[in-house]
Ligand binder design. Structure first.
Ligand code: GLN
Length: 296
């Protein structure tokens, strides 16, 4: 007798995840398992624990299509954060847009160093984040300092809209304002803390960056001019010219490239800062310079 052909047993989520991990591994991706998990959670609309605990459920047709689409993008070299359109920083979720840098773990060093400068959790602080991008630095600081207010400045309207959305979604929207501008030009202060992760890659070094950075992060967030130091010069010289930008006891905290500690420190001293410290990232590179002006 000719019955219907046996139905293929439906592909489970767990099996789909295993196959995706194998495909990513075969393609030489650096983090095949992590990438596969993130994309599966995103494509299936599941939390990390749901994906594990409900792994024996069938993948389903819609899930399979969504996962295939995400996998194809990843295999074409699109970073996971760009595919998802969001990334985590300081344990908080941030939406991304084409004009915002993907938040880097190294930048948490900047948040930590900034918090160490102002250790009292309830102190009312006036902050400004220059080149705020997704807003991740400012949002993390306002999250940790419940009496602080901050301005996030950026030259990109698209980034400002994204940052505003992230501030609201993370519950600190009423303590943050977002403004379009160029470094400190339009600001009068005084600020207790001026913080920035400016573009600091030398223009000539950009072509050597990882293709996933070069092809997907905004150049305006990376290109720091011929020697990578243009932003530091602009920020430092403006504070030297208008010392009232900093409140009494105020400080500046900037992220730097792994090999820029000496040059940025020297620029800072030249601009009249005296109390200068370095903070190191998890790889042990100097990653943050904090500066306070000499008392006059
Ligand atoms: N750390 C980033 C990178 O390695 C650079 C960010 C920046 O220029 N501020 O791509």
């Amino acid at each position: 007798s000719k019955g219907p052909p046996p139905l293929p047993s439906p592909l489970t989520r767990a099996e789909a995840l295993r196959r995706l991990t194998q495909a990513f591994s075969a393609a030489g991706l650096a983090n095949p398992r992590g990438d596969a998990r993130f994309l599966a959670e995103h494509a299936l609309g599941l939390s990390a624990s749901e994906l594990i605990l409900q792994g024996q459920a069938p993948l389903g047709e819609a899930g399979a299509r969504a996962l295939e689409e995400a996998a194809a993008k990843r295999l074409a070299g699109e970073p996971v954060a760009r595919i998802i359109g969001a990334w985590e920083f300081w344990g908080l979720p941030f939406r991304l847009s084409p004009e915002t840098l993907v938040p880097r773990p190294d930048t948490e060093t900047l948040v930590e160093a900034s918090l160490r400068l102002f250790p009292e959790p309830a102190r009312p602080l006036r902050l400004v984040d220059l080149g705020t991008g997704s807003g991740c630095i400012l949002v993390a600081l306002l999250h940790e300092r419940s009496h602080a207010f901050g301005i996030g400045l950026d030259s990109s309207r698209d980034a400002l809209a994204t940052a505003r959305e992230n501030a609201t979604a993370n519950g600190i929207g009423t303590r943050a304002a977002f403004l379009r501008g160029c470094w400190l030009d339009a600001l009068s202060g005084p600020f207790d803390l001026i913080v920035s992760n400016p573009p600091y890659i030398g223009t000539g070094v950009i072509p050597t960056l990882d293709a996933e950075v070069r092809g997907h992060d905004p150049m305006a967030a990376l290109d720091g001019g011929p020697d990578g130091l243009d932003a530091y010069r602009a920020i430092f010289s403006e504070i030297a010219r208008r010392p009232r930008l900093l409140a009494p006891g105020g400080a500046l905290a900037v992220e730097i490239g792994y090999d820029q500690a000496e040059t940025v420190t020297a620029l800072g001293r030249k601009a009249g800062f005296s109390d200068i410290t370095l903070a190191h990232d998890l790889a042990g590179h100097p990653r943050v310079v904090t500066l306070r002006p000499s008392l006059s």
